[in-house]
Write a protein that binds this ligand. Structure first.
Ligand code: EPU
Length: 417
């Protein structure tokens, strides 16, 4: 087990450089096997979720060459094999290979995807997309067998704007015959990034980033060169950290529009934030006031920042509420924050936070990636020493977190026990 040891309460100053977006990179990598030619991706974060996807690529006989943030994917010897549980259960995004293998070979055999335990996370919307394009789906002994003689474009309305189903719909339809229209599509910047890369490969996608996306199928795709967008959730996490303990903390390599729902909230709370073209500067401020937050799809307040945001509300004056509308199990950080001195009650999908509380160090446990980020922020704010058990979850999504924090003045160490 990995453990983070943190001596909290230090003032943090300097520059944090934001890495490429995890949730973009995890869809771009499976999309790269839609062609037999090489694709080069740059600004790929060095995190464990990416390593898990590369393991799947290599298992499928794809050559992957990685060098400091860039990755060359060569699928010229790609073999379509059943992807067993030991590969698929490492992360949610493994199911993007369902779409790319189905599109390339007309069949895919794969076990259920994994991912953080933050709710039930069904895949019915993706399966609906595949069926609408003409695929047959069988599930036997926990393995999906999905086959299609021919994939033919269709009009699909998603029940909810699912990120995963929109990614799979894009990947599976770019090589289908005719036109596919996705209604109620997810509008996240990572969807736009994927559509941009697919268009560079020769796909014909319009409307990504809007509710309706149109894809005109093409016969063949080519390799491309693509630079991954900055990670808005990593950026948001450090922006919150700036408001907790920053002294002129500069968060560099940001697309400010992508974190607007967060920065708008923080400005309303009285946080000291200066937004520039590609960086944001934050100073901690003891006079912030609480607020009400409700998570929703982009451009709303992201569920992935809900947990990291709570430590800020703990120190804010007055009462705050948090309403989590996307996942039913994203409050597992709360008992640990309370152990550290917060006053938070859970009522179904809503939190009530009675603020102005000081946090102190404790032994706590990360239960998933963003719960871990929440506890890490609390630990950096808290007086005294915190041990975060199961810190491997945090490494799934935050590149070089120990050195990035050490560089700005944090006392933090990663150990293995
Ligand atoms: N849903 C269904 N059926 C489906 C798909 C989704 O009912 O077929 C429901 C889910 O249960 C959930 C909601 O729809 O309640 C949204 O799920 P979505 O499919 O949008 O999420 P996802 O694709 O599984 C991605 C990110 C998550 C992020 C969500 C929401 C990746 C690999 N994961 O998950 O990121 O929370 O979108 O923005 O892109 C994280 O980075 O920590 C993380 C969990």
């Amino acid at each position: 087990m990995k453990i983070l040891e943190i001596d909290g309460g230090k003032t943090l100053t300097g520059t944090v450089y934001i890495s490429g977006a995890k949730n973009s990179a995890v869809s771009l990598i499976p999309a790269a096997i839609l062609t037999s030619n090489k694709t080069t991706l740059t600004n790929i974060p060095n995190i464990t979720d990416i390593n898990a996807l590369c393991d799947i690529l290599r298992y499928l006989n794809v050559t992957v060459n990685e060098a400091s943030g860039s990755m060359v994917i060569d699928p010229s010897n790609l073999v379509n094999k059943e992807i067993p549980d030991e590969y698929s259960n490492k992360l949610r995004a493994s199911y993007y290979f369902m779409a790319s293998l189905l599109a390339r070979f007309g069949e895919v055999h794969m076990s259920f995807p994994g991912g953080c335990s933050i709710g039930s996370r069904p895949i019915d919307q993706t399966l609906k997309v595949f069926e609408k394009l003409g695929a047959l789906i069988e599930e036997k002994d926990c393995i999906f067998h999905i086959t299609a003689k021919e994939l033919i474009g269709n009009e699909i309305t998603l029940d909810m704007p699912s990120v995963g189903a929109t990614v799979n719909a894009l990947i599976v339809s770019v090589l289908a015959k005719g036109e596919t229209i996705i209604h109620n599509a997810a509008k996240e910047p990572e969807i736009v990034d994927l559509a941009n890369m697919l268009n560079k490969m020769g796909a014909k996608i319009t409307g990504a980033g809007y509710e309706t996306i149109k894809i005109v199928g093409v016969d063949k795709l080519d390799g491309c060169f693509h630079d991954v967008i900055p990670d808005r959730i990593e950026a948001g996490t450090y922006i919150i950290l700036g408001a907790l303990k920053g002294s002129y903390l500069n968060i560099q390599n940001i697309i400010p529009e992508h974190v607007k729902s967060l920065t708008d909230k923080m400005i309303d709370m009285g946080c000291d934030i200066v937004i520039n073209d590609d960086n944001i500067i934050v100073n901690a401020n003891d006079n912030i006031i609480g607020c009400d937050v409700k998570t929703s799809g982009y451009p709303g307040f992201p569920t992935d920042l809900q947990q990291p945001f709570v430590p800020l509300l703990v120190g804010a004056k007055g009462k705050s509420t948090v309403n989590e509308t996307i996942y039913e199990n994203r409050f597992m950080n709360i008992p640990y924050l309370n152990k550290m001195g917060a006053n938070i009650s859970i009522n179904g999908r809503e939190l009530t936070i009675l603020g102005s509380n000081h946090l102190h160090g404790e032994e706590v446990m990360a239960t998933d990636l963003r719960a871990g980020a929440s506890l890490l922020l609390a630990a950096l704010k808290a007086e005294g020493h915190t041990r975060i058990l199961n810190a491997q979850y945090i490494l799934r999504g935050y590149e070089d977190i120990v050195s990035k924090l050490t560089n700005i003045g944090a006392k933090i160490e990663l150990i293995e026990e």
